[in-house]
Design a protein around this ligand. Structure first.
Ligand code: ZN
Ligand code: ZN
Length: 468
């Protein structure tokens, strides 16, 4: 009897082990990619993956055109490797969800909102990324800082990025700012990064004396900077206190009493900030590198500038890069090539002001395509091609598989397909729905067998005892 009992237990243990093995094999694809591998971003649609997993690791496989995609800034604690690819035409019109405390020059605190590609960056890294034609245009009644890469940046690194675009904030609060790369932050670094930015900050709250910040790198805080190049064209209209710098609006270690040995080195600043400061006790900080320095604890070597402080005394009209009303523009479209992005050049026929917008992808020549992701009935696939002129890898999507239409007298099936709600489409990561249901069956069968065996063993044991 004892022998039977041990045998029963052994079988039970084997079944449990088998069930666990099946479960673990099925689970691996559910957690995404293999260990340590970043999630590959091929298309604008894939950018949603960053929002769904904001502490993940991501790599761009190709340039991404965000022209027709709405983007809500993500509060991000992961890594993004642009892989020397560009995100084109990113439009940002709202702030992210998270708030963080910011400090003005009197260490007064404000719960503040942020916008950019990312809202809040913490313990994060963004590298090898090009932002081409980014257009941040935010209106906010609460304290708010905006930038291109991020509105807020702490304990994070921005490395080898290139930014070109317009960043604008229309503010209606007492604390706000606009930065070419980051809005506000500290204990972080920006390295080997170029920004060519038009910055616009308009204070709509004329009655209150508010704190306003603008910087071609970042508008306020204590972010380290090395080997960067900033081209700034800034426009700042403020009925309060202006803190503007070609690189940093106000350098401030926060919170009060913080010790930090930072650096601002080997950086070039070019451009102009046009501003007014409308108040009765004017002091207007506006300089080539740092508008106002609160605490001087940083290294400062190898920097140079060609910067103009353009102060305006007429407070009646908000300052903008261009004033002509109407739409009398000449448009010139320039095609992309293997090396360059395409764009449209808009030129005002009244005053000659011109700007580039509507960037288009590089154009490569590919003869043959290879499948890298098979399409399914729910998800598009992806094909990879190699340009025969420059050797660059490029990708294109493959439409979802279509179900074969079975000829029936009434095509009821098609109707059912059409009414299926779109948002129920599983995300790329969850695309192995088949193995999910397989897993369910395995587990269920395993459980039934386990229960049956347990019952059998118990019955055998009880009978054995009775016999004794
Ligand atoms: Zn004009
Ligand atoms: Zn090419």
């Amino acid at each position: 009897m004892k022998h039977l009992k041990i045998k029963g237990i052994m079988i039970l243990v084997r079944f449990v082990l088998a069930a666990l093995t099946v479960a673990s094999v099925c689970m691996i694809p559910l957690t995404g990619n293999a260990e340590g591998e970043p999630v590959k971003i091929y298309s604008a649609k894939d950018m949603e993956l960053i929002a769904k997993n904001p502490d993940g690791d991501f790599v761009l496989m190709d340039d991404i055109d965000m022209k027709d995609v709405s983007w809500k800034p993500v509060d991000f604690t992961g890594t993004l490797d642009g892989n020397d690819h560009a995100i084109l035409n990113l439009n940002v019109t709202e702030t992210s969800e998270a708030t963080r405390v910011t400090y003005d020059g009197n260490y007064k605190t404000y719960d503040t909102y942020f916008a950019g590609l990312f809202g809040v960056l913490e313990d994060a890294e963004v590298k090898n990324l090009i932002l081409k034609g980014i257009n941040v245009n935010v209106e906010k009644d609460e304290p708010c800082f905006v930038g291109s890469v991020a509105g807020f940046c702490e304990k994070s690194r921005i490395v080898n990025c290139s930014i070109e675009g317009i960043i604008r904030l229309d503010a209606n609060s007492k604390m706000f700012g606009v930065g070419g790369i980051v809005g506000y932050g500290g204990d972080a670094s920006i390295t080997e990064t170029d920004a060519d930015v038009t910055l616009i900050c308009i204070d709509h709250d004329k009655e209150n004396r508010d704190e306003q910040f603008m910087g071609g790198g970042y508008s306020a805080g204590y972010i380290d900077v090395d080997k960067c190049s900033i081209k700034i064209d800034g426009y700042d209209s403020d009925h309060g206190y202006v803190h503007d710098g070609g690189l940093v609006g106000m350098y401030i270690l926060y919170p009060l009493g913080n010790n930090y040995a930072g650096y601002i080195n080997n950086t070039r600043v070019e451009g102009m900030i046009t501003f007014f400061e409308d108040n009765t006790d004017r002091r207007a900080y506006c300089k080539d590198f740092i508008g106002e320095v609160m605490n001087w604890t940083y290294e400062y070597v190898g920097n140079s500038s060609d910067f103009t402080r353009n102060e305006i005394k007429d407070y009646s009209k908000d300052l903008l890069p261009h004033y002509c009303e109407g739409n009398d523009y000449t448009k010139e479209t320039v095609e992309g090539s293997c090396e360059e992005y395409g764009y449209t050049l808009y030129k005002c026929n009244e005053c000659g002001y011109s700007y580039k917008a509507d960037y288009t992808m590089k154009i490569h020549t590919v003869d043959s395509w290879e499948t890298v992701i098979e399409p399914t009935f729910e998800e598009e696939g992806m094909e990879e091609g190699t340009c025969k002129l420059c050797g660059a890898k490029t990708y294109r999507s493959v439409p979802v598989k279509e179900e074969e239409v079975i000829e029936e007298p009434e095509p009821v099936i098609e109707n059912i397909e059409i009414t299926e709600p779109e948002e129920q489409k599983p995300a790329v990561k969850e695309k192995n729905g088949g193995s999910d249901s397989l897993l369910g069956i395995f587990v269920a069968v395993g459980l039934v067998v386990c229960v049956a065996l347990t019952v059998a063993i118990v019955v055998v044991l009880i009978r054995g005892r009775r016999r004794r």
